[in-house]
Design a protein around this ligand. Structure first.
Ligand code: NAD
Length: 500
C-alpha cells in the first residue's frame, strides 16, 4: 500500500517526466500503446487467474470483455492518433485577413486514473490507453477490492511502459485521498456516485477537470412487438455477465402486460441455456466480489427467500421459487405501490428463476423477479448483482414517464420493433447511451463515445472521445506583420470604420 510520501513521489516523478517533453512525440505514444497491448497479451493467463481470484470471473469473460477490449482500444487509437494530433486549419474572419487559424490538441499533462473492481483490467487500462494517446503522463490507482489484479498491474506496468511517465499506486480510500491532494491536470474516475462526489470536491480545490464514469439503474423496456426469445437471451446475457456487476447491465425491465409474463419465463429458459440447470457448477458464471456486496444483494431478494439465521448454509433454495413461477401475478406499476398485497415479499416480486445463494462461495443464482413494485428495496438503488426485477407497465408512455421520474441512467435499452416507440425513447428520455435490442453493445466499440449524463456521470472516453477528454484543444492564430492590415480594427474608430 502506498503512503502519502509514495503519492507525492509518484506525482513529482510524473510531473518531471511530463515537463521533460518525453511524452509528447507521437513515436513515444505509439510505442507505449504497442507495449500496452503486449502487456495484456503476453500475460493473458496471469490476468485471467488474478481476476478469477478477485471476482470469481470466468476465464472467457475476462478474455472477451477485458483483455481483448483493452488490446482493441490500444490498436484503434494507435492507428489514428497522428490524424487526431495534427493541426486542423480553421477559417478566419475577413476583417483579420490575411491570417491563419488552426486547432492543435495538446496533452493535458499529468493525469490520474482511479479505477473500480468490477472490470479491474479493462477499466484501469482502457483510460490509460486514451491518456497515453493524448501524450500525458499517467498515474493509475486500481481498486483495492480487486487486490490480485491491482498487484499484477503494479508489477507489469513498469516492465512494459515508460517507468518515468506511467506509474501504478496501489491502495484504498486513504491512498486515493492522498493522491487527490496533488494538482493533477485531469482526473478520470470510474466507480460509484458517493466517491465521485469526493473526487469532484478534491478536484475543485485545484480547478482540475474531471471525468466521472458512474453508475445507476439502467432500464430496459420490452413491448409486444419485440422478438421475445431474442430479447430474453440478450437481456439475460447483458444482466448476468459478470454476475450482474456491470455498470451498463440492464438493472430492471419494464414490460407491457401482453408480454411481461412470457418474457419472465423465457428469461428463465435463457438462463438455463447459458448456465445449465445448476449455474453454480457452470464455469461461465461469476461470483459476487465480497461479503459486503453479498449481504447487500441478499437483502434485495424477496423477504423469506434466504433464511438470515444461517449465514454459512451452503445452498439455500428459494422457498417460493418453483411454485411462484407458476402463479405469477401481473401487477402493473400504475396499479398502486404494492397492489393488494402490502408485504415486502410481494412488493419485491416473485422469484421466476434463481433466488438461491451460497454465502461461502459468494454465489447468487441468476435471479429473475416478476411483478416487482417500484417501492421494493430492489428498485431503490443500483442492483449491481444478478437480480433482475420485471415490472409491468401499461405502455411505452408509462415506461418513459417512469424513467424520466428517476436520475438519468448510464444506459437505457428498448426491445421494440415499433419505429414510433423507438423514436419516443430516443427523443424523450436521457441516458448515457441507448440500445435498441442490444444491451452492452456500445461498450464494445472504440468508435462510440462512452459515458454518463446527470447522475450517471460526466465526460466520455473510448477512441476519439478518449483522446479529446485527455487533450486540451488549443486554438492558434497567426497573422503576418507586414503589411499591417489590422489598421481596420485599431482606434480611433472614425466614421468609415463604423460603417464597416
Ligand atoms: P470501488 O469501490 O472499487 O471504488 C472505485 C475507486 O474509488 C477505487 O479505486 C477505490 O479505491 C476508490 N475509493 C473508494 N472509496 C474512496 C474514498 N472514500 N475516497 C477516495 N477514493 C475512494 O468501486 P465501486 O464504487 O464499488 O464501483 C461500483 C460502481 O461503479 C457502480 O455504481 C457502477 O455502476 C460504477 N461503475 C461505472 C462504470 C462506468 O464506466 N460508468 C464502470 C464500472 C463501474
Amino acid at each position: 500500500m502506498a503512503s502519502s510520501t509514495t503519492s507525492n513521489m509518484a506525482f513529482t516523478r510524473l510531473t518531471a517526466a511530463y515537463a521533460s517533453g518525453r511524452t509528447r512525440p507521437l513515436s513515444w505514444r505509439r510505442a507505449q500503446l504497442d507495449a500496452l497491448r503486449r502487456l495484456v497479451m503476453d500475460n493473458r493467463e496471469d490476468f485471467v487467474a488474478a481476476v478469477a481470484a478477485d471476482l470469481g470471473k470466468p476465464a472467457g469473460e475476462t478474455v472477451l470483455m477485458e483483455l481483448n477490449l483493452v488490446a482493441d482500444e490500444a490498436r484503434f487509437v494507435r492507428n489514428r492518433l497522428s490524424v487526431w494530433a495534427a493541426r486542423h486549419p480553421k477559417p478566419m474572419p475577413w476583417a483579420l485577413q490575411p491570417a491563419a487559424g488552426w486547432t492543435i490538441a495538446e496533452p493535458k499533462g499529468v493525469v490520474l486514473v482511479i479505477s473500480p473492481w468490477n472490470y479491474p483490467v479493462l477499466l484501469a487500462l482502457a483510460p490509460v490507453a486514451d491518456a497515453l494517446t493524448a501524450g500525458n503522463a499517467v498515474c493509475l490507482k486500481p481498486s483495492e477490492l480487486a487486490p490480485n489484479t491491482a498487484r499484477l498491474l503494479s508489477e507489469l506496468v513498469p516492465q512494459y511502459l515508460d517507468r518515468e511517465a506511467v506509474c501504478v499506486v496501489e491502495g484504498g480510500p486513504k491512498e486515493t485521498g492522498d493522491l487527490l491532494k496533488a494538482p493533477f491536470d485531469h482526473i478520470f474516475y470510474t466507480g460509484g456516485e458517493r466517491v465521485g462526489k469526493i473526487v469532484m470536491k478534491a478536484a475543485a480545490e485545484h480547478l482540475t477537470p474531471v471525468t466521472l464514469e458512474l453508475g445507476g439503474k439502467s432500464p430496459c423496456f420490452v413491448d409486444g412487438t419485440a422478438d421475445l426469445n431474442v430479447a430474453a437471451r440478450r437481456i439475460a446475457w447483458g444482466k448476468f455477465t459478470n454476475a450482474g456487476q456491470t455498470c451498463v447491465a440492464p438493472d430492471y425491465v419494464l414490460a407491457t402486460p401482453d408480454v411481461a409474463e412470457r418474457l419472465a419465463k423465457r428469461m428463465a429458459v435463457a438462463v438455463t441455456e447459458f448456465f445449465g440447470e445448476h449455474p453454480q457448477t457452470s464455469v461461465d458464471y461469476g461470483r459476487i466480489v465480497n461479503d459486503r456486496h453479498m449481504e447487500r444483494l441478499i437483502g434485495l431478494l424477496p423477504a423469506g427467500t434466504v433464511p438470515s439465521a444461517e449465514p454459512s448454509s451452503p445452498l439455500i433454495k428459494a422457498a417460493s421459487a418453483v411454485g411462484a413461477a407458476v402463479e405469477m401475478v401481473g401487477r402493473r406499476i400504475g396499479a398502486g405501490a404494492a397492489g393488494d398485497d402490502t408485504t415486502a415479499a410481494v412488493s419485491a416480486g416473485r422469484v421466476v428463476c434463481g433466488g438461491t445463494v451460497d454465502r461461502k462461495a459468494r454465489y447468487i443464482a441468476p435471479t429473475v423477479l416478476y411483478g416487482t413494485s417500484p417501492d421494493a428495496p430492489v428498485m431503490q438503488e443500483e442492483i449491481f448483482g444478478p437480480i433482475l426485477p420485471i415490472l409491468v407497465v401499461k405502455d411505452a408512455d408509462e415506461a418513459i414517464a417512469f424513467i424520466n421520474g428517476r436520475p438519468k441512467p448510464l444506459a437505457a435499452y428498448v426491445f421494440s420493433r415499433d419505429r414510433g416507440t423507438r423514436l419516443a425513447f430516443e427523443r424523450r428520455t436521457s441516458s448515457g447511451a441507448l440500445g435498441f435490442d442490444l444491451p452492452l453493445g456500445h461498450l464494445l466499440s472504440s468508435r462510440l463515445p462512452f459515458g454518463g449524463v446527470g447522475a450517471s456521470g460526466m465526460g466520455t472516453y473510448h477512441g476519439k472521445a478518449g483522446f479529446d477528454t485527455f487533450s486540451h484543444l488549443k486554438t492558434v492564430v497567426a497573422k503576418p506583420s507586414f503589411p499591417d492590415t489590422l489598421g481596420l480594427v485599431y482606434p480611433p474608430f472614425d466614421e468609415a470604420k463604423r460603417q464597416l
